[in-house]
Design a binder for this molecule. Structure first.
Ligand SMILES: C[S@@+](CC[C@H](N)C(=O)[O-])C[C@H]1O[C@@H](n2cnc3c(N)ncnc32)[C@H](O)[C@@H]1O
Length: 339
């Protein structure tokens, strides 16, 4: 089995800021905490706390965790820009409301804060500070001696190649240096998972041993899990900006479609034959569409467009077929409903 439990896939952060950049990765944050059961977790770059508070939320069921530390100047950097509001104060209001003595923050530059940590004392490190090549490399090299031998390092923004972003480049170098110990989630700007040691304890440490098709299905599932979160935030923003005006049912339908895709991925995981997967998919799509009311085409359009895009980019033959299947089925059912 290579997909995480429902607890992980269904993880939904209690705290969300208006920034969706990290929110799609929160189920993976939960997976890391629940599976690795780290004693000390350090985050370099916490900003409004989307990643940090999801680590903390997941740790509610992890008694091994003793110390979860957010480090940031809370001044901003070249990509976030200088903060105009008191982001630090808002972060602290949220942190204080948790009343969890295991969580704390250090307001300083990463390089200064590193002096407060002993060698080999950190089990999980999340690097999400400045994103140029030199900064991410410096952050990693400064903190590497502080990591436990079997520690795990997460890198945000491994997929961003726009001007000034160099995490992708450093990540490519790490993939060479730590061959067989890296796995990259590609949604929400990318999250690289680097296992420093050779321990194979738990599912999270074994991500890099997945075959190409399994890895592709897992990436799809975690993308859906993340979209559940980000789409909620954008939908809420729409509700607020439309000031109670009419909203279509795209959001509800998108959730249903994600559920269908997830159940399909579970069929793949259970190694059902392709015919069985396709038959189940047909049945689920029929059910989903029959439950909808209102202007179904308006609801389906963005999903069909998205599937067309996935089909065009698909790297895996199996997934390509699966997505073509979903699109074809949707179109078929939609046409019948319109008649
Ligand atoms: C992309 S944001 C972090 C996003 C956050 N993880 C989230 O979930 O939204 C990067 C943060 O790193 C901080 N930062 C960048 N370089 C820093 C450094 N050298 N020392 C301390 N903080 C730094 C910035 O102030 C900014 O708040």
């Amino acid at each position: 089995m290579f997909l995480p439990s429902e607890q992980i896939i269904e993880f939904f952060p209690e705290y969300r800021s208006t920034q969706i950049a990290w929110q799609g990765l929160t189920p993976i944050a939960a997976w890391a905490i629940i599976d690795l059961k780290p004693r000390r977790v350090v985050e370099l770059g916490s900003y409004r706390g989307d990643s940090f508070f999801s680590f903390l939320q997941a740790a509610q069921s992890v008694s091994e965790l003793e110390d979860l530390v957010a480090i940031d100047t809370w001044e901003g950097d070249q990509h976030t820009g200088a903060y105009v509001e008191d982001v630090h104060k808002q972060f602290h209001t949220e942190l204080d409301s948790r009343k969890d003595p295991r969580a704390r923050s250090i307001r300083d530059f990463f390089v200064n804060a590193a002096q407060q940590f002993k060698a080999n004392s950190i089990d999980l490190l999340h690097i999400d500070g400045a994103h140029d090549y030199a900064s991410v490399r410096e952050d990693f090299e400064t903190w590497l001696p502080k990591m436990a031998a079997d520690g795990v390092v997460l890198f945000h923004d491994t997929m961003v190649k726009t001007e000034g972003f160099g995490v992708w480049q450093f990540w490519e170098e790490l993939e060479q240096e730590y061959s067989g110990r890296c796995f990259n989630f590609t949604h929400s700007n990318g999250l690289g998972v680097l296992c420093l040691g050779t321990s194979t304890n738990g599912d999270f440490r074994n991500l890099s041993s997945l075959g190409a098709v399994e890895a592709g299905v897992l990436r799809d599932v975690m993308t859906f899990a993340g979209e559940r979160v980000t789409k909620s935030t954008t939908f809420e923003a729409k509700l607020i900006t439309r000031n109670g005006g009419e909203i279509g049912n795209e959001h509800v339908f998108a959730r249903g479609l994600q559920r269908v895709a997830l159940e399909s991925a579970r069929d793949v995981e259970a190694q059902f034959g392709l015919d069985q997967v396709a038959a189940n998919l047909d049945r689920r799509v029929e059910q989903l569409v029959s439950q909808q009311s209102g202007d179904i085409f308006a609801a389906l359009k963005p999903q069909l467009d998205e599937h067309a895009r996935i089909v065009a980019d698909a790297r895996f033959e199996f997934l390509r077929k699966e997505h073509i299947g979903i699109s074809a089925n949707l179109r078929k059912v939609f046409k019948r409903n319109k008649q």
